[in-house]
Design a protein around this ligand. Structure first.
Ligand SMILES: [Zn+2]
Length: 565
């Protein structure tokens, strides 16, 4: 669900070029700009650039052509330059500081301020950051793990970690997969230093605090939420892990005490090792996935025919192999890119992307101003997408949709085990990522190798390899390419669980959250529109959680699903 391959497309950039020569000649003498003027300027100058950028982004991903990628980059640079314009920023800042009486205008100015503050970094420093990040990403792309002098592709590493019964082979493959960490270590440390410098220039103590603040998140709040999540999920996670451990140990002919990180089927133990016998693909082998999506969303009162008509859903040469959803103009032009294959993964992915599609300007009234006509926060839209995605592993949902399952009881058992395992294991992994990045940006000079394994031991329950002193954190590309972002996947999941529990309680008459399928019930769609979609960005993510569910965002609903079995 939270793979890097499936992400809501947001018009923002990590590589920003700034146009020179936009300083006012009349600084100081100009009359005070009003909030209305700043907002109107955004709609006349920035909005068209955003639409062109979104459209170019779409085309490049559909065709894969060099000229389309060049057009996409050009559009993005033009947009970034406009957002970075220091005169424009000084006006936004002045209006914000003077105070805005109208609540809608106040909200728009605040969002404009945060969006533009990020782009106010010294262009030379920004160039260095971009170049450093690019060179590390390139190093990742060209790095090939080697075992005994033989290069191993990424897929081969995963295959060996999934299948090998030999601890020695596993260890060698795992160690080779971590080698990229050492290859990028010094560049990564330099990147962290540069990012911290940019944050300090903008008045923040470090880059992690800044990135959260720009996304309306207070670091201490996020940590408190993750502490709660840790407390509520520790016991079910430990129980699950002990079941997994005994199978893994048996398969390799060793004791549980001898298990090390290389026994866990993926290099970071972020997914469930394939120890549970489960074939979830069987019912989808002959199903029409697109038809199921159409019928499901229409049945809950959120039809998606117009989205399908604009979308590009099947494999073709040059096209991006991933999946995403984009709201091009915030006037209902919403499209999904996908590569549907008849299996459970693509059923889940399509439910996920169409979840983004229903939470868009199609279901936020046009009366909501352009600046507020989008999802409240990335965690809210990821949450909605995950809320719908979960049904692909649900036998009750399949039955309600009229899909034949050979053995529904076995499917249900396998499906809920897979769901449960995925959520628990992913939540522990997110703990490591959040806490590592926070601590690394706070004090990059500390022993990061040790910090990493301290956190992995504490939250994922793995044993660190004795005597190993390597920058294993460096092998996770997200630290470079999506910094301070991972926690949003987890918070999105918490939001999904909390909204789902609210629907079960308030719309479905108290049905058990594990049994609710939504199928054929337009009241579900009505709830989503009124309580989650319609406010757009008028509400912050915190306010939205309160508005939709009557409570602040917490880990309670998520954790409740792991009780009692
Ligand atoms: Zn997504």
């Amino acid at each position: 669900m939270a793979s890097k391959n499936r992400r809501k497309f947001l018009i923002q950039s990590s590589s920003i070029l700034i146009a020179a020569g936009t300083i006012s000649k009349h600084a100081g003498a100009a009359p005070m700009t009003t909030a209305k003027e700043v907002i109107a300027d955004h709609e006349t100058r920035i909005k068209p650039l955003e639409i062109v950028t979104g459209d170019a982004w779409w085309t490049a991903n559909v065709t894969g052509k060099d000229e389309d990628f060049a057009a996409k980059e050009k559009a993005q640079n033009k947009l970034d330059a406009a957002l970075a314009d220091p005169l424009r920023f000084s006006k936004i800042k002045a209006v914000r500081e003077a105070g805005v009486a109208d609540p809608s205008e106040k909200r728009q100015i605040e969002l404009l301020y945060l969006q533009s503050l990020e782009k106010q970094v010294d262009p030379k420093l920004l160039e260095k950051i971009t170049a450093k990040a690019n060179s590390i990403e390139k190093a990742f792309n060209v790095y090939r793990a080697k075992v005994g002098g033989v290069e191993l592709a990424d897929s081969k590493i995963r295959e060996r970690l999934k299948e090998s019964k030999s601890s020695d082979e596993r260890k060698a493959v795992w160690e080779a997969s971590k080698g990229v960490g050492a290859a990028v270590e010094s560049d990564l440390k330099e990147l962290v230093r540069l990012r911290n410098e940019s944050a300090k220039n903008l008045g923040f103590p470090d880059y992690h605090v800044m990135m959260l603040a720009l996304n309306e998140q207070k670091q201490s709040d996020v940590i408190a939420l993750f502490d709660e999540l840790d407390t509520l999920t520790r016991k079910p996670f430990e129980e699950l892990k002990s079941t997994i451990d005994s199978v893994l140990a048996r398969q390799c002919g060793i004791s549980v005490d001898e298990l090390r990180p290389w026994h866990y089927h993926d290099p970071f133990f972020q997914e469930t090792p394939a120890v549970f016998d489960a074939n979830l693909d069987e019912p989808y082998a002959k199903a029409d996935i697109l038809k199921l999506c159409r019928e499901f969303y229409a049945g809950i009162g959120l039809p998606i025919e117009d989205v399908i008509a604009r979308s590009d859903l099947y494999e073709k040469p040059g096209k991006s192999p991933h999946a995403f959803c984009i709201d091009v103009n915030r006037m209902g032009d919403v499209r999904v890119l996908a590569n549907i294959v008849n299996n459970e993964y693509w059923m889940g992915t399509m439910l996920h992307e169409l979840g983004h599609a229903v939470y868009s300007s199609r279901n936020i009234p046009q009366s909501v101003p352009y600046l507020l006509r989008g999802e409240a926060h990335i965690l809210a839209t990821e949450g909605v997408a995950m809320q719908f995605e979960q049904f692909s592993k649900d036998a009750d949902w399949l039955a309600a949709m009229g899909v034949k399952v050979e053995n529904p009881k076995a499917y249900d058992e396998a499906g809920s085990k897979a769901k449960r395992g995925h959520l628990l294991i992913f939540s522990r992994w997110c703990q490591v990522m959040l806490r590592f990045e926070k601590a690394m940006y706070a004090d990059p000079s500390q022993d990061l190798n040790k910090l990493w394994w301290d956190l992995v031991e504490k939250y994922q329950g793995l044993k660190r390899p004795e005597g190993r002193n390597q920058p294993d954190y460096g092998a996770k590309i997200h630290i470079v390419s999506s910094p301070a972002y991972y926690h949003n996947y987890m918070m999105g999941q918490l939001f999904a669980s909390q909204v789902h529990h609210t629907i079960c309680r308030e719309v479905l008459g108290g049905v058990s959250p594990a049994k609710a399928s939504y199928v054929g019930n337009p009241k579900v769609g009505q709830f989503m529109v009124e309580k989650v979609f319609a406010p757009g960005r008028s509400l912050s993510w915190k306010e939205l959680a309160q508005f939709a569910t009557g409570e602040p965002l917490s880990a309670k609903a998520f954790a409740a699903d792991f009780k009692g079995d």
